[in-house]
Design a protein around this ligand. Sequence first.
Ligand code: UGA
Length: 436
Amino acid sequence: MKLKVSVIGTGYLGATHAACMSSLGFEVIGVDVDAAKIELLSASKVPFYEPDLEDLLQKEIASGRLTFTTDFNAIADVDVHFICVGTPQKADSLAADLKYVDAALDAVAAICKPGALVVGKSTVPVGTAARLRERLLKINPGADLAWNPEFLREGFAVEDTLRPNRLVVGVTSDAAEAKLKEIYASNLAENTPWVRADLPTSELVKVAANSFLATKISFINAMAEVCEAAGGDVTVLAKAIGYDPRIGNRFLQAGIGFGGGCLPKDIRAFMARAGELGADQALEFLREIDSINLRARQRVIELVRRDLSDNLAGKKIAVLGAAFKPDSDDVRDSPALDIAAQIAAAGATVTIHDPKAIAPARKRFPALGFSEDIEGALEGADLVLHLTEWKIYRELDPAKMAKLVANPIMIDGRNALDREAWIAAGWKFRALGRAN
Ligand code: UGA
């Protein structure tokens, strides 16, 4: 008999996890307190843009294995409950807000059967899993709790969930590990590395991984600052150091830096937690990683002022990209949207194009200008900013685009466009970390 699974919290992580678990043959019930979200998902609609997810959702719902509900009683006889709710940054501090995780634990503890395993996947401050396990056992002594951090990237969520590069399980018993091995049997058959850890280590693996990635990006953006000062080229530098396999060339794309719902809040929550543990000195460097990251946004705005004028009032600026990265409509802490909003606040008329993120961007900043087509955004622009590296922007014809704008000035905030091609078509071309 296959185990029955529930997924509590149906955002990016939960909706993807639920559909993927169903595609592995498990009977899955997704639960969320947000009735509108459950209604959409039940109708096979994904409330955000994630390649391949809607197709998979449709297929799995049609198979009869996957259902969604707002009723926790519907998951009372489930064997394994995955907690996938969000842990956003608190409004008044750097720390993570655990109210959704706590509420999910209480809700599942109240109804789960003896022998059930609750598995946390949300990103939490170290120590949370042990605390939740204690709480669960107090309410429901026959149940157990494990932690199983998730490393999926937005834009590759289905692929990363079905074929993770490693599986990390924080457990306190062999029985809990055995149950998780049953869940991930197909990955184990494909030799996916399996790391058994204690609860605190499993929580730390997640934030350590995201801190390392953030550090890699801010490292190359720091090199970009030095290249600019010294007349070097950060794209050549990144390529050259990346050939060293100890360094590797991934996550060395210099530009306007990292954003999204994970990296920025995770490094901040990690610092806050280390402070509580008396280990704040160990993570002092993350403060610098955060400020290098935020500085990149200011450096783009300085380039705009240098080319146009200190006073941006009345200038017409086209912005290509609003999402925090391509293949996503997520605008949470998006560097692109932040830059667009700051330039608009400085008096410029900003028109933003994005293939998927216009609706969420408009919701956040209703006063900004938006265009559904690239031409509409570029029409009469004094300057163009390329801020999210969607493939369609790399495929633009610079000569055709030059005819649309008032001034052919391109600032490539992602170092992703073909500089020579744009210059050949008559554009003044600027980029972070390269001679400008
Ligand atoms: C990140 C991690 O990569 C995942 O492993 C993790 O599971 C996830 O957070 C999470 O904690 O849930 P994600 O937020 O989808 O995934 O985005 P990334 O692909 O890591 O990109 C983050 C940001 O870094 C983006 O704004 C991207 O534009 C920027 N970036 C990335 C750079 O500026 N330069 C690079 O070389 C790479």
